[in-house]
Design a protein around this ligand. Structure first.
Ligand code: AP5
Ligand code: MG
Length: 209
């Protein structure tokens, strides 16, 4: 089973994917996390992706499609977080899942633009284990320090208000149409992204076998 977490920047895709991974033991494939790691290691792909990511643009389709399919090899249960993000990516994934005879379900997290801006500008991420925090909603016990591994918390470079607004406009132009694609296939389940994170997780569980 493949679970696709769909939604705008800051809607909680990463938060829900981590909870689901914990519960089911499936692999969590976040194209954003994989790309950030490529950038950090200064690989050829990372060097190509860096400027797109820093300015809030999407990385070109073929680079992301090849990267994701390589990571999906052998996965029977996987959570896709942040992919697909264009119709080209959605069509490529549809063909690939058909070839691998894998069933899937898409969960779309819905929030207003104002709520998304608050979520993203207040987000902090552990520099070592990647645990997600929010200055208001999920603050760490000790300011600036991860509760799980005590490493330093960081703000993502693309979480400044200026880049957040760019990412949101890119989402509505290029990614939003993917929702209708899955709606027409009868694969989409919309969820209220403003609910408590555990309530959202329960709804996801109730909708997968
Ligand atoms: P990516 O890393 O995927 O970023 P994104 O889609 O913009 O999404 P975010 O990670 O910002 O948000 P999220 O939905 O995961 O929310 P989170 O759980 O953290 O992509 C980054 C970049 O990589 C892109 O801009 C692009 O350049 C490139 N890229 C990636 N994939 C690509 C692709 N397929 N094609 C092309 N380019 C690609 O939650 C946000 C905050 O809210 C956190 O602080 C969290 O603690 C808090 N929160 C979560 N849930 C709740 C809740 N229920 N209540 C209160 N607070 C909550
Ligand atoms: Mg994320």
């Amino acid at each position: 089973m493949i679970v696709i977490m769909f939604g705008p920047p800051g809607s909680g895709k990463g938060t829900q994917s981590s909870l689901l991974k914990e519960k089911r033991g499936w692999s969590h494939l976040s194209t954003g996390d994989i790309l950030r790691s490529e950038v950090k290691q200064q690989t050829e792909l990372g060097l190509k992706a860096k400027a797109f990511m820093e300015s809030g643009q999407l990385v070109p389709d073929q680079l992301v499609i090849d990267m994701l399919f390589a990571h999906m090899d052998g996965a029977e249960g996987a959570i896709l977080d942040g992919f697909p993000r264009t119709l080209t990516q959605a069509q490529a994934l549809e063909a690939e899942l058909g070839k691998r005879e894998l069933d899937y379900k898409v969960f779309s997290l819905e929030l207003s633009q104002e709520e998304l801006e608050t979520r993203l500008t207040g987000r902090r991420v552990c520099s070592s284990c990647g645990t997600l925090y929010h200055l208001n909603f999920f603050p760490p016990a000790q300011e600036g320090q991860c509760d799980s591994c005590q490493s330093q918390l960081e703000q993502r470079p693309d979480d400044s208000l200026e880049v957040v607004r760019k990412r949101l406009s890119v989402y509505f132009e290029q990614t939003y149409p993917v929702k209708a694609f899955y709606e027409e296939l009868g694969k989409l389940k919309s969820l209220d992204g403003t609910m408590d994170k555990h309530e959202i997780q329960n709804s996801i569980h109730m909708n997968i076998n």
